[in-house]
Design a protein around this ligand. Sequence first.
Ligand code: FES
Length: 74
Amino acid sequence: MAYRNVTRCICHSRSFEEIKEYAKEQGISSVEKLQERKYCSSGCGLCSPYVEMVLETGETEFTPGAYYRKKKTS
Ligand code: FES
């Protein structure tokens, strides 16, 4: 079965690329700050762990479940 990579906050219709650029421009380094501004991750919240990884690594595309696999190994 083929899975689509995780590349966006669906609830806010924003790509991780857009979120990364916005965070950089605004000097934001936490998901909580983005949520406070209702920029992303304040709907269902399922994208939050991935946005956290965007902020940590600068990557903008992840395999489904990448966050949980990372937590197991770290
Ligand atoms: S997908 Fe980002 S809040 Fe729902």
